[in-house]
Design a protein. Sequence first.
Length: 709
Amino acid sequence: MSHDLLAGLNPEQLRAVTWDKGSALVLAGAGSGKTRVLTTRIAWLIQTGQVSPMGVLAVTFTNKAAREMLTRLSAMLPINTRGMWIGTFHGLCNRLLRAHHRDAGLPQLFQILDAQDQLSAVKRVLKALNVDTEKYEPRKLQSFINMNKEAGLRADKIEAYDPYTRRLAEYFAEYDAQCNREGVVDFAELLLRSYELLSRNAMLREHYQERFRHILVDEFQDTSRLQYDWLKLLRAPSNAIFGVGDDDQSIYAFRGANVANMAHFQQDMGIEEVIKLTQNYRSFGTILDAANAVISHNSNRLGKDLWTTAGRGELIRHYEAPSDLDEARFVVEEIQGLHREGMAYADTAVLYRSNAQSRVIEHALFSAGMPYRVYGGLRFFERAEIKHALAYLRLIANHDDDNAFLRVVNFPTRGVGARTVEAIDAAARAGGVSLWAAACAQGAGKKGLAGFVQLIEALRIETQGMSLAEQVEHVVARSGLIEHYKSERDGEDRIENLSELTNAATAFAGESESQDLADFLAHAALEAGEHEAQAGQDAVQLMTVHAAKGLEFMAVFITGLEEALFPHENSLTEVDGLEEERRLMYVAITRARQRLYLTHAAQRMLHGQPRYGLPSRFLQELPAELVQTIGGWRKTSALAAETMESAPPAPSRAAALPYRVGARVQHPRYGEGVVAGYQGQGAEAEVRVSFPKIGDKWFILEYARLTPC
């Protein structure tokens, strides 16, 4: 029977599944069948009598993965999997706490707070303590609490070196006390309280150590320090932990993932030999060679090379566009070509490093009438921060827009409570007027409401005579949205999206030749509304590289491969930041099965202004024999230059300029940059050069000391 279970496994997989020397670390490369190995090992352990179904603890990182594992086990073995301990860290900790709620100091029916409920609880604490919420913002306190809990710290264990942090720690303690009184827990509390329970209760700890003879952990590279410590508490010296992961795919440091846990595990468990799954069942050889080449530049890795028996496949296609608009057009045209050849839209994915990049690609797809889906997120015009900004703009364009009024009258928070809004609504209905008119009538005696009315009226006056892009940029800046999102954990993405809204306005004005705000708002509504019509269709998949992990597609486009974009500019100043960006690139490459496209733009819009960028270093790390450059503006420019060599030069100022805008140049102090513009003439002429790490610098042309790259 066990022979049938093991049929079809390759030698590496078979060795992992039947490992009988205690704890093991399995280094499972992308597409190497790790889910099959994990599930088959559980089935093999049960079938060979080494453990009962109730003696297995298996940890996955998503509920979807847990359900898939249980489904596969049910198909492999004639057992009831319902009572098995297979789930996520949070799911298993919840189960443990409910089984031992008294020991954990919780009521039997304790409630779990989601992120919004937790924020409301934080606000109630601050209100009860009469805290100035402008100085101690609720969202910042929420992030502070979660960050410390995820690090295994209670309020009294935090090292506070300044008065501000000491205050936050005090509010953290009050928040904990309130949660205890009310019998509720947040998500971070599930793991921390479970860890504390097992730490202090030796009898309970020994009970579970005796029960779980085999602990299996998926995506081991994504475990946090607290999660790893929780696993160690559950393991008796004679029991085995079977960790499966890929250090080259550790891309969640921002969530607390600690890739070093794999090395710690190897040392703590005395593992002398790592089992490596390197045969890939997903991609052609050229794609795998590219992934191997890029990741080899990381120094802190356990090391492995993926290989396949599927053949070499096609060369990787590389395209450099003159602008982000041309890049998006190229992607759309290639997808149309693939679709004509018989490839489903859903088999193509467009990946990008930052959410804000999707806007230009979405617009190109929308303009071409092609269905698309933003995987793991919202379309650009459906994102909350964009809806808030558009609501401000709508209210300026039309004071009688009640929906826009309701969306932003108290966002960001300005002290306009639910009762005030109800009173405005009642007055509006009684008088047959808009909410804005009712608010103007009532606002004089209410500070928050009066401030909102004054802000909208001021924005209306200030934006008169501005271009469309200037109106959008001004309203976003003055609305308080950017300051509000600075305090959020994922605020950086939201702020980037708000900046991209200015670019959307610039692009719309250029395409439609209209500077009218109402026209732009109608365009945004049309793009957002298209989603309903496309529901359920075969659609192109758009997503960030982070969202793409675990997925695979026939054709993949990795876009925006420019320095300071991918790799992201933040990574250049963070410890091990560049190595994590390279792991992201490795993940992106290994999503592709048959075709891989790499694209970047010489010029990209940022805050409504063009920004010139250098090609990503990841492109330079690819062996030239793996890549085919198709078109691109550099090739086009070179052909144009050859054609014009014999023609007499036209008299113009441009003829006297040594470098064209967009040309790559080297500076002895600042390194490689891109020529972004000129000003002045003759001896006073200056050149502006954009450097990825330090931004723009102006040089007097005569003394610039620039050399072409």
